[in-house]
Design a protein around this ligand. Sequence first.
Ligand code: EPU
Length: 343
Amino acid sequence: MVVKDNYSLREHNTFGIEAKASRFFEYTSVEELQAFVRERAASGDESPLLHIGGGSNLLFLKDFEGTILHSSMQEIYVTANEGDYVYVRVSAGIEWDAWVQYAVDSRWYGLENLSLIPGEVGASAVQNIGAYGAEAKDFIIFVDAVDLQTGEIRHFTAEECRYGYRDSIFKHELRGRYAVTHVHFRLSHEFRPRLDYSGLRRALEQRGYDETNLTAEQLRQTIIEVRREKLPEPTELGNAGSFFTNPIVERSTFERLLKEYPDMPHYEIDSTSVKIPAGWLIERCGWKGKALGRAGVYERQALVLVNLGGATGEDIKALCERIQADVKEKFDVAIVPEVNFIA
Ligand code: EPU
């Protein structure tokens, strides 16, 4: 294990915000995490705990007066091979995209559209990460976690995780209560590409790939290139991917907006609700490529807020609030951050 006091979190958040944690505890086994939790409970320590992954969805508003937990466990283990499927247990501390690459190399299929999403495997099960028509929940069978109050191990089925759009029980009732230690995935031995997301077929054609004998590696490379065109590299420009979730509005709201903006992109959810891209709403408010102090709106994708250099968490938050107010005023639609604010 690694324990550090008064530790800079700059390398642990993709926004590149300078904030310190009173203590940083990195564990290499479930037993080490359990021992930490039990000792802490016995000593009556009630300072805050925060378990992080790759820090790609966090905004530190100030120094963290507590302990940051991080897993450095790195195992990928096949638990079963049955018929069309392989079942794989993956440690929470593995980089998400390293896992996707490993799966593609192993000819285990399904995760290709989720290539290059920043963050670690544990966070994928909390956040239900998604892109290009696929979501982590489509492949998660169950999740192993440690109760941060008692140290007990608990298994959650995918149903118990209550997955929704960028959502799970770990963001609501059980927020902060469990540390995900392993995620169990079910992947397919047969490659069945999902190409329905708008623009994906065109991107494949442009690269001269033939849909009828496409390989998983070709699809993965295409997704990587498409993402790189639209999303900034955190090492070059601090950011946390999509800053807001796309609002799901009532059909009456959608119809009101469509009358005024006939070209508004949208995705049908069900008979009563429609999803509208927040990036489009923000762009229409004139924010794309603009800045407020050291916090900016990315010039190629208005859904992404960026650290233009030396921004604090409060700088990013101030920009967020201005954008929310403008979207509310222009469209009467509320947009909500996807990023977790840590105060
Ligand atoms: N759009 C604009 N202006 C912008 C950005 C987008 O008009 O500045 C329009 C686009 O033209 C398009 C629509 O909005 O018609 C949707 O844009 P895009 O396909 O880029 O996807 P998104 O809704 O902005 C979502 C995810 C991304 C994911 C992409 C691709 C959320 C919150 N975000 O973005 O996920 O990569 O789809 O599947 O659902 C993330 O969560 O961090 C993330 C990057």
